[in-house]
Design a protein around this ligand. Structure first.
Ligand SMILES: *Cc1c(COP(=O)(O)O)cnc(C)c1O
Length: 447
């Protein structure tokens, strides 16, 4: 058995998969709270490129061709390898086969350039000169800086303050690619100043940084906004991951019984899972899909399915999604990319309708899984990705207990080279098994 399964360029998927075309129930539209009606396309056009809005609304059929310039950029690191975790299997002494799709090979070190590249490309086609965005742990900002550099645009990145202070190398990397990085909350925007007035020592939050990037966008005609997760067009671009993995699994002569992804806003999970959900819907396959989140930010497992804002200042349209409330302040856990109060509306609906399950683990169990992984497979995972590893290990041990041979596939969404400080804390025993108190969640949801 080949350990690393690579496709040749001619075998790479040439399309993204638009799951909306196959969903039996069409997604609920984004709502404009000022009118109580679905958000007007003209308003959204001030924020997003028209091609991205079409994709957002699920137009264009089930398969969307990847533009040539985007494909050319993907080729720097794609196809991303599919690897059989034989050493981890041996350690667990499991009859299960464990495969992982490794997205850490991109220039930014995660799956996020899969969508940063097409988002910036479509904006460039429309003559846009500048992209405003936010970043939590720094992965998305790095991806946007890389993409804007590649296509000759400027970028301004509002970075959640706690990460800005904890991750100076992420910031340096964004600046290397020409990005302008501002800690959020900042004094640059009115909503940033309001957040500082409320709490001068605020750590910032992803929702808050989104508010700042949106206000910046609306203040300049040459600027558009890009979001790294949650939205339908982001999920669409990420499906390259799952489509590629189907071809690679085929080459390995295998097919997964279980597909796992960690879930912050839901994009890397959507990316690996949607093509398999299609196979479940259309080809009577029965692959089990598992979303994994931190107990510190348990959106699917403890949240409510309702219309909510995507940001603290409530500037975004309302999306129908699982949410912990737009003012939810997650603890400063180390998987920064999983600290978002909401969830992709597509992932939310598919979860609600029973197409996938969800599990939550605390950061200690996840770092423990990451330590097992780096010592067997050699790759240091991002703390976000370690949630998927934990769930894969749980499934592999369950297979062992039941004496069944299961094929497990998980998305290793990124590497952890910028997270060494967190790993150091873990190995020194300084991390705690944080679980967000039920009462706090209920308060945030206004229950
Ligand atoms: C951003 C990020 C995530 C979480 O975002 P999703 O949209 O849920 O995928 C997970 N893993 C890594 C490495 C990330 O950078």
């Amino acid at each position: 058995m080949e350990k690393k399964i690579l496709l040749s360029e001619s075998e790479m998927p040439r399309h993204w998969y638009n799951i909306i075309a196959h969903m039996p129930n069409q997604p609920a539209p984004p709502m404009d709270p000022s009118t109580g009606q679905p958000a007007a396309p003209e308003k959204l056009a001030r924020i997003f490129a028209p091609q991205l809005l079409e994709q957002e609304m699920g137009q264009g059929g089930a398969y969307i061709e990847i533009p040539e310039e985007v494909f050319d950029t993907y080729r720097i690191w794609r196809p991303a390898p599919l690897i059989r975790a034989t050493e981890l299997e041996k350690l667990l002494d499991t009859p299960a086969k464990i495969y992982y799709k490794y997205e850490g090979v991109s220039p930014a070190g995660s799956h996020k350039p899969n969508t940063a590249i097409p988002q910036v490309y479509y904006n460039k086609l429309n003559g846009i000169k500048r992209i405003a965005t936010e970043t939590g742990a720094g992965q998305w900002g790095t991806s946007i800086a890389f993409a804007t550099q590649r296509f000759g645009l400027e970028s301004i990145i509002y970075m959640v303050k706690v990460s800005y202070e904890q991750k100076p190398y992420r910031k340096a990397m964004m600046e290397m690619w020409g990005g302008k990085v501002i800690p959020s909350p900042s004094t640059t925007t009115a909503c940033g100043r309001a957040m500082l007035a409320e709490d001068p020592d605020s750590n910032g939050s992803l929702g808050g940084a989104i508010s700042e990037a949106l206000e910046d966008t609306l203040s300049r005609e040459d600027t558009r906004y890009c979001l790294g997760s949650v939205l339908n067009h982001v999920a669409l671009h990420q499906t390259i991951v799952g489509e590629e993995s189907i071809k690679q699994m085929e080459k390995a002569g295998d097919y997964p019984d279980i597909v796992i992804g960690c879930a912050g806003g839901g994009s890397n999970l959507a990316g690996i899972a949607f093509p398999y959900i299609r196979e479940n819907m259309l080809s009577a396959r029965k692959t089990e899909i598992i979303a994994v989140e931190p107990t510190a930010c348990p959106t699917l497992t403890k949240g409510t399915y309702t219309y909510d804002f995507g940001d603290v200042a409530q500037l975004t349209p309302q999306l129908k999604m699982y949410t912990l409330g737009s003012k939810f302040m997650p603890a400063g856990i180390h998987a920064g990319g999983l600290r978002y109060h909401g969830m992709s509306p597509l992932v939310s609906q598919l979860y609600h309708e029973g197409y996938m399950k969800a599990e939550a683990y605390n950061q200690l169990e996840c770092f423990e899984a990451a330590a097992m992984f780096v010592r067997t497979e050699g790759i240091l995972p991002a703390p976000e990705s370690s949630h998927a590893i934990k769930a894969a290990i749980v499934q592999a041990l369950k297979a062992k207990e039941e004496g069944t041979s299961k094929t497990i596939l998980f998305n290793l969404s990124g590497h952890g080279h910028f997270d060494i400080a967190s790993y150091e804390k873990y190995f020194q025993g300084e991390l705690i098994a944080y679980e967000h108190p039920e009462a706090e969640i209920a308060k945030s949801l206004g229950r």
